[in-house]
Design a protein around this ligand. Structure first.
Ligand SMILES: Cc1ncc(COP(=O)(O)O)c(C=O)c1O
Length: 378
């Protein structure tokens, strides 16, 4: 059997990793400024992570959600503290799409309504409602198409207000990324997030903060939406929460009450996944990675803005988009094959993304800056 061919691949076979470096099967060392799609939050093979996951596996890797899994409570406490939302409730699943699917479904259970407002340029995953709320018709199959999702331009307060008025009493939730990732690193403005909060309160709708890519401390704050100073009702997470171990989660406001059977999963919140996520939370806290993400992000953004032939540098913390005047693919190829540095693409072909581990040092940042300066100077 061969693989179902859905990914265009670089001809590189990664076999080992440590911190912000990975090695291929020929021994070539690469700087990882992409973290495998924003997944590597505390660095590859962090010793505390390896120890926690290994020890857990020796005891028990999995049992179902029909018994107490003490690690879930420990994780909930740690994430509550890190995010400053100890009064919220945690539901665990396995991926970002699943987290958003659960968030949208929970909102609809909560207020009994059907319609969702999403943003132009959004990406929320590839499952049924998550993909319907994703602004990319190429990945929406006919079976996923629905009239229940309304798209408005990001940061357009008037369009948002009009969508609520045109669908009076029908809006169940508003979902948006604090910083659009696939959409090319576009940040929701403070006043737009305030508007969402007030319209959701006014119309009994649920504000869902998709923090799958921009969350888990990446922006220099646990949830990037919270830079605005208003809280969402549900935060969805995945990627960095498990540092490579598949996990998704939603953090739910105390105003939404649970009911048996409302949500569920076989694998979500298993012993092994929780051990991985607890290790990540420990390292974020003990190594002050929220502060490091902010500090290194500020440094990188300031230095990138000094480089030639860049149209715009956008982002916050270690979620950075660099827009060129031309297609960024040739530059990315040179970075990988000549400079041995991984960076990421985006939905906008002129934009490439930096989503490194949150514990990168200035030496890592400078290595990237030196290579970029060389490649961008013509
Ligand atoms: C903002 C956002 N939401 C949801 C998802 C979907 O996550 P997953 O691929 O884990 O299903 C992604 C993935 O890139 C994402 O960037």
């Amino acid at each position: 059997m061969k693989m179902f061919d859905v990914y265009p691949l670089y001809d590189i076979n990664i076999v080992r990793a440590e911190g912000s470096y990975v090695w291929d099967d020929k021994g070539t060392k690469y700087l990882d400024m992409y973290g495998g799609h924003a997944v590597i939050s505390i660095g590859h093979t962090h010793p505390h992570y390896v120890e926690m996951v290994t020890n857990q596996l020796k005891n028990i890797g999995f049992y179902s959600n029909s018994v107490i899994i003490a690690q879930q409570k420990e994780l909930a406490e740690k994430l509550g503290r890190l995010s400053g939302k100890s009064d919220y409730q945690l539901f665990l699943c396995n991926s970002g799409a699943e987290a958003n699917e659960n968030a949208l479904k929970l909102a609809s259970f909560f207020n009994g309504k059907k319609k969702v407002i999403a943003m132009k340029g959004s990406f929320h995953g590839r499952t049924s409602l998550a993909v319907a709320a994703t602004d990319n018709p190429n990945i929406v199959a006919p079976v996923n198409q629905t009239d229940n999702v309304i798209f408005v331009p990001l940061n357009d307060e008037q369009a948002l207000e009009e969508a609520f008025l045109a669908n009076k009493g029908e809006i169940s939730s508003v979902i948006l990324e604090g910083i659009q990732g696939v959409g090319g690193i576009r940040e929701a403005s403070r006043s737009f997030l305030w508007k969402i909060r007030s319209l959701c309160d006014q119309h009994d709708a649920v504000y869902i903060a998709d923090s799958v890519q921009c969350g888990c401390a990446r922006s220099g704050q646990y949830y990037s939406h919270d830079w605005a100073g208003v809280s969402a009702d549900i935060y969805s997470m995945a990627k960095g929460i498990g540092n490579g171990f598949p996990m998704g989660a939603i953090s739910i406001s105390p105003r939404i009450a649970p009911k048996y059977g409302m949500l569920g999963t076989t694998f979500g919140g298993n012993h092994l996944a929780c051990a991985a996520a607890i290790a990540v939370a420990d390292v974020i806290e003990q190594e002050n990675l929220i502060d490091n993400a902010k500090k290194m992000g500020d440094y990188l953004i300031a230095e990138l803005r000094k480089l030639p032939n860049i149209k715009e540098v956008r982002g916050r913390g270690l979620m950075i988009g660099i827009e060129l005047f031309e297609d960024a693919a040739p530059l990315r190829k040179k970075l990988i094959y000549d400079e041995h540095i991984f960076v990421g693409s985006s939905g906008n072909k002129n934009v490439f993304r930096l989503l490194p581990a949150l514990n990168i040092t200035q030496a890592h940042a400078d290595q990237l800056l030196t290579s970029l300066r060389k490649l961008l100077t013509v």
